[in-house]
Design a protein. Structure first.
Length: 130
């Protein structure tokens, strides 16, 4: 058998005695191990993963905010048309919906009212200080 002929090693893989082939295989193995180590290090980097999660959440929130703003603009345009064409009926329907909403879910209305009162008190106090 010559140095370049293949043999079967103990693990069943064919091996060769050619030093250049062995060096190339070692280089490929090292590269693969390097990639594996980098992937494991990336998974273990909690700070970076947390920052990526925050960034993703912020981007999602921005997208939802943009969608909400465009929906509000569409709703405002619709309400404006309704008010121009049927002013009395639209106002009555709107007030009825507003009161129903306050009855069904009073917590947001209570919080909003409290914030308005707080803002008024802060504004009143700041004017008295001048």
């Amino acid at each position: 058998m010559t140095a370049t002929e293949s043999q079967h090693g103990a693990n069943g893989h064919s091996t060769t005695a050619d030093p250049e082939v062995l060096r190339a295989e070692i280089a490929r193995t090292r590269a693969g191990l390097g990639e594996t180590v980098e992937a494991l290090a990336a998974k273990a980097d909690v700070k970076t993963r947390a920052q990526e999660a925050v960034h993703s959440s912020v981007e999602t929130a921005k997208l939802r905010m943009r969608e909400g703003v465009s929906q509000m603009a569409a709703n405002a345009a619709y309400a404006s048309r309704e008010l121009r064409t049927h002013p009395k009926g639209t106002l009555q329907t709107g007030m009825r919906r507003l009161l129903d909403s306050a009855r069904e879910r009073p917590a947001p209305w209570v919080v909003g009212s409290a914030l308005l009162v707080l803002a008024a008190l802060v504004g009143y106090r700041s004017r008295r200080e001048y």
